[in-house]
Structure formats: C-alpha cells, structure tokens
Write a protein that binds this ligand. Structure first.
Ligand code: UFG
Length: 339
C-alpha cells in the first residue's frame, strides 16, 4: 500500500480525504496538532475504515517531527497538505499567526520532501485567490486578485512559493486544488465539520440554528446584483472534494517529468445563492429555519462559481453528490452530534 501523509487529517476535509484514500487502497498517515480538530474524529475514522489510522500528533512546522516521521516511515509516496489556519476574521485580527503557520508549514514540508526524495504533493488552495472574478464560471487561467484577508493572502503566497520552487527545477510534482465551498458530511454521520465556537461558514451556522444552538441565521445582505440579491457560491459535497485528492494523486503518479506543477478548480460548476441554500436545506430536511436578512459582511464577494472542465478532463473527476444530499448529510451530522 502506498503511504500518503495527510497533514490536518483530523480536520473537516482532511478526515473525509483519509477515508477516500483508504477506500482507494492507500495507507493514509495523519499529522495533526488538534488545534482546530478533535480526537473523537479518530474513532469515527476507525469505525468507517475498520482499522486504526496511523497518527503523528504534532505540528507540521516542526522540522524535527517531520524528520522523525520520514525516518520511521519508509517509502512515503507523497503528502496532501491540509493543515492550516482558516478563519478569515481571525486572520484579520491576528495576521502573524496566519503567515507564520500557513507559510512555515508549507516550506518545512517541501524541504523535508526534497531531503528524502519524496516527490508528490497536493496543496489545499482556495478560490479565494480569484477575488471577485471578471468572468464566470471562473477558470484556472483567471488572474489572481489581491487577497481580501491575511488568510486569503497566505493561500496566494503559498501558490507563489510553489511556483518559484518549481521554477528552480526542484524534483517535486505538485498540484494545487482550488476549493470552492465544501459542505456536507460522511453519510455515516461518524465524521463531519466540527467548528470551534460560533461558526463563520454558512452551512454549520444553518445546522446549528436548526438544532437550536443559535437563535437565528442572519443572511448577510440581499442587495447584491444576483437573482435574489444574496451572494452566490459554488457549494461542493466534501466527499466529492475528498475524492478529487485521490484523483490528483493518481494524476501526479502518471507524470513522467521529475518536476511538475498544475492547478485545478474543485467545485460543482454551479452557483447557488444564500437564499437557495436556506430554502433547499428546509425542503430537503423538512425543517423550518429561523432567519433574518442583515447587513452585508465585510470582505464578501458577490458571486463566484467554478469552471471544472480542466479537472473533469485531466483528473477524470466529477461530482456525484447533489446539493440536497450535502444538506441532508450536514443535518444528519448535526443531529448525531446532539446525541
Ligand atoms: N453567510 C451568511 N450568514 C452566515 C454565514 C455566511 O449569509 O452566517 C453567507 C456569506 O455572506 C456568503 C455565503 O454565506 O455569501 C458563504 O459564506 P461562508 O462563510 O460559508 O463561505 P465564504 O464563501 O465566505 O468563504 C469560503 C471559505 C473561506 C474562503 C472563502 C473564499 O470558507 O475559507 O470561501 O474562498 F476564504
């Protein structure tokens, strides 16, 4: 079995990717410091996969830890790097925390890989690098825009670092996946999103409101230039997103050149407004949601959704799960958490 290190493998996208790697016959090895995840995820993973997933607890900025892992574990086929701070608002309050962690971890990982002749690397990037695109659906060749937050800037700078390392002819094969908005949970309700404190993101806020943890959802603005005035995003089921990482790995393994880099959008190709998400959540789950319309949230872009032709053609990947299914799975996960 090929060993793949999954940094942040106890997190939301990371844990679902661990399952899909396992299903595809890989041996995932998690590195996680549990700064924004919980150890209970490991039991969920064990339940789903039927075996204990190997874990190294610690920080992937820690070069000694990385050295220990690469020495102990022979023949590591590559790394999928999820571990990063990701709260947009916190990054505005504490930018150094974001630059220090998100940039250092990338550099430490790329360095250790070169030292141990490990070449395959998949990086978690974000559609945030496009800002508000001039043309929709947005393709990978669209220009990158100045970031709206330090968090967004770390994703942009990480992509720049990767490009420079590749230009130096380092023997590394890298793919950056630019995620759109991941939602949903595993169908078993054994793993899902575990936001700490008050959620920033729409779907966890919706499920917590439906569960009575939050009083009401506030829709941030209904005066945008969209069909119903609320912002439009491309919401993708986390399982479909997780599977894209397996396809990306397979694609890297097929590359014969020693130095390789490419970027792919990973979304559904469809935009949905905030109101549509609220309505679909209510109808798919047969629950009523208490919500009001409030002011715009600072830094929100109006509308974005992906062109996914490149991933469909080159990675041989496409989404399989509907928006309804994602919202059903998200609600089932929330209900399982209350038990
Ligand atoms: N929204 C609300 N009410 C809420 C929460 C969100 O109306 O309580 C709206 C937002 O205004 C936005 C939409 O729901 O229009 C989606 O918001 P999210 O916070 O769920 O997602 P974003 O698109 O703002 O953020 C996502 C990722 C970030 C990333 C950003 C840009 O979560 O990590 O995309 O790529 F930086």
């Amino acid at each position: 079995m090929k060993k793949i290190i999954v940094t942040g493998g106890a997190g939301f996208i990371g844990s679902h990717t661990v399952v899909e790697l396992y299903n595809a016959g890989y041996e995932p090895i998690i590195i996680d410091n549990f700064s924004n995840s919980q150890k209970s995820v490991l039991a969920g993973l064990q339940n789903i996969t039927g075996s204990a997933v190997k874990l190294f607890e610690g920080d992937c900025c820690n070069r000694d830890l990385l050295k220990k892992i690469f020495t102990e574990e022979e023949n590591i086929d590559g790394i999928i790097h999820f571990a990063a701070h990701k709260a947009v608002s916190e990054s505005v309050q504490n930018p150094l925390k974001y630059y220090r962690n998100n940039l250092n971890s990338l550099m430490a990982l790329l360095e250790i890989m070169q030292n141990y002749n490990c070449s395959n690397f998949v990086f978690s990037s974000s559609c945030t690098v496009y800002g508000q695109p001039d043309k929709l659906p947005v393709t990978e060749v669209a220009p990158k825009k100045p970031a709206e937050s330090p968090y967004g800037n770390t994703k942009k700078i990480c992509e720049d670092i990767i490009e420079d390392v590749i230009k130096s002819n380092a023997e590394l094969k890298i793919i950056s996946l630019r995620y759109f908005n991941p939602i949903g949970a595993h169908a078993s309700s054994l793993i899902g999103e575990l936001p700490l404190g008050v959620p920033d993101n729409l779907v966890p806020y919706i499920t917590q409101t439906a569960a009575g943890i939050r009083e009401k959802l506030t829709i941030f603005g209904n005066d945008y230039d969209t069909s119903d005035g609320t912002c439009v995003r491309d919401y993708i089921h986390v399982i479909d997103l997780a599977k894209a990482h397996v396809k990306a790995f397979e694609y890297l393994n097929k590359q014969e050149d020693k130095t390789f880099y490419d970027v792919f959008n990973i979304g559904t190709g469809h935009g949905n407004s905030v109101k549509e998400i609220v309505e679909t959540f209510q109808s798919a789950n047969n629950v009523n949601l208490n919500y009001v319309v409030g002011k715009r949230r600072e830094g929100d872009i109006e509308k974005i959704f992906a062109d996914v032709d490149k991933a469909t053609t080159l990675l041989n990947w496409k989404t399989e799960l509907s928006l309804e299914q994602a919202l059903i799975d998200a609600w089932n996960w929330q209900k399982a958490l209350r038990k």
